[in-house]
Design a protein around this ligand. Structure first.
Ligand code: HAX
Length: 439
């Protein structure tokens, strides 16, 4: 076993003992009540999942193993000459629960570089789809095609003890993460660059190599990728991509099946696809007004028009957050340093100045503040990555880090099949009648 795998196993054994004790001694402790409204309205706020990798506070934003995004930007190891954290380090932190050293990060980087070869049949599956196919569909199909490589599925078929599940899920996780940048870059070059593919450079870190294969070799784009792939990685366990990966994995579907399902969820416009929608919405505004930098009054009118048409303002609102998303702020800081005069970036900042008051004024939107997706497209566009329907694939490559680290924990802790109770409206009506009679 590699030393990262060894460390993970010893941490997992320790936590497993603690969980056994918690369940034995406090298993009957009630965490919260569930209301009829929560059952009908997307289970908001019901505490019913355990995810070790990160925790979301509605006012403060995400913390990865206790560390906020500004803290991670400071404490995680960086590439030589770089200022942004390496996502390899975040993966180590989520998996092991400790801030990694530069050597730990180099070890993960080298492991992923070594495992990054994508078998040809995966490219054949991508090539079988029309070039016009949405990049997220191509991405999901490719991950599913890669399932032929699953060590977990093979071992399960041969018959392994439940105690060994985590080990094969860990191996699949490392191989799958290693291969995603190559798959994503292949889809990008196929769809937008006439199929002129760029071979990987095994000397580069995971993000820089991804940037290189996409065709963007500037140091500052590589820095953007390191930041981007770090901040999109995890957002606790209840969001659609994380929850779906966890749910499908609970049936002991292997990591390839589980991640494909999670990525299909990320492809929804209320979730990861919002990054594509944001830039489209801004470009439509720029086109309509005939300028790259509409005034705040023009932006306000456009927001009101979007609302009056019964559409959402993409990039604003959140199911849990109630303040500006620190992932938005991190991108804003990056933009202030690298591209403060970019017209679309400035428009994003102007939207930020006027949108919250208008959204709050509707009286129904619980969070009028921007989320992660409000900023990302303008940065990518600045560097020339203008094909917005590819943006969710970038998100997906990053999200794999969090959801797959969590999947390793799920199996190492022996979490069971997830199966919450559902009810019919008739059952609810009878229950209400019964309770009313009792009162
Ligand atoms: N624009 C217009 N209306 C909005 C809105 C927005 N940005 N955000 C919420 N609302 C509306 C909801 O549609 C809902 O309307 P109805 O009562 O008519 O159905 C009402 O306000 C209350 O919603 P809420 O409780 O504040 O928000 P939800 O938890 O239901 O939804 C969403 C959270 C993120 C889905 C929502 O804010 C939204 O649709 N935002 C725009 C899309 C977006 O940016 N999604 C990305 C979110 C972050 C993420 O997952 N990234 O991947």
């Amino acid at each position: 076993m590699g030393y990262v795998k060894d460390s993970f196993k010893s941490k997992a054994d320790q936590l497993s003992q603690e969980i056994k004790k918690i369940v034995a001694e406090h298993g009957e402790l009630v965490l919260d009540k569930v209301t009829v409204a929560q059952a009908y309205q997307g289970m908001r706020g019901i505490p019913g999942l355990i995810t070790e990798t990160s925790l979301l506070d509605s006012n403060e934003g995400i913390r990865f193993r206790g560390f906020s995004i500004p803290e991670l930007r400071e404490r995680l190891p960086k590439a030589e000459g770089g200022n942004e954290p390496l996502p390899e380090g975040l993966f180590y932190l989520m998996l092991i629960g400790e801030v990694p050293s530069a050597e730990n990060v180099e070890h993960i980087s080298a492991t992923w570089a070594r495992r990054s070869h994508v078998p040809n049949h995966v490219f054949d599956v991508i090539e079988a789809l029309p070039v016009s196919t949405h990049p997220m569909t191509q991405f999901c199909a490719a991950i599913l095609a890669l399932q032929t490589e699953s060590k977990f599925a093979k071992a399960y078929e041969e018959g392994i003890s439940k105690k060994e599940h985590w080990s094969y899920v860990y191996e699949d996780t490392m191989t799958l993460i290693a291969r995603l940048p190559r798959i994503a870059a292949y889809i990008y070059r196929r769809k937008y660059k006439n199929g002129e593919h760029i071979q990987p450079d095994g000397m580069l870190d995971w993000s820089a190599n991804f940037a290189h294969m996409l065709g963007f070799d500037s140091d500052s784009f590589k820095e953007l990728m390191r930041l981007y792939l770090t901040i999109h990685a995890d957002h606790e366990g209840g969001n659609v991509s994380a929850h779906t990966t966890h749910l499908v994995g609970s049936a002991l579907s292997d990591p390839y099946y589980s991640l494909t399902a999670g990525m299909a969820g990320l492809a929804g416009p209320l979730h990861g696809l919002a990054n594509q929608e944001v830039i489209r919405w801004i470009e439509e505004l720029q086109e309509k007004i005939g300028t790259q930098e509409p005034t705040k009054e023009q932006i306000a009118d456009y927001i009101k028009q979007t609302l009056s048409e019964g559409k959402v303002v993409p990039g604003y609102g959140h199911a849990v957050l109630r303040k500006t998303d620190p992932r938005f702020t991190a991108q804003m800081e990056f933009a202030k340093k690298h591209c403060p005069d970019d017209a679309t970036v400035k428009t994003v900042w102007n939207v930020y100045e006027v949108a919250p008051a208008i959204l709050e004024g509707t009286g129904k939107i619980k969070n009028p503040w921007p989320n992660v997706d409000a900023h990302s497209g303008s940065l990518l566009k600045h560097y020339g990555l203008v094909e917005e329907d590819f943006y969710t694939v970038l998100f997906g490559v990053s999200r794999s880090l969090g959801v797959l680290a969590s999947l390793c924990w799920d199996r190492a802790l022996g979490f069971p099949l997830e199966r919450p109770k559902s009810m019919t409206t008739e059952w609810i009506q009878k229950y209400i009648a019964q309770q009313t009679k009792l009162a």
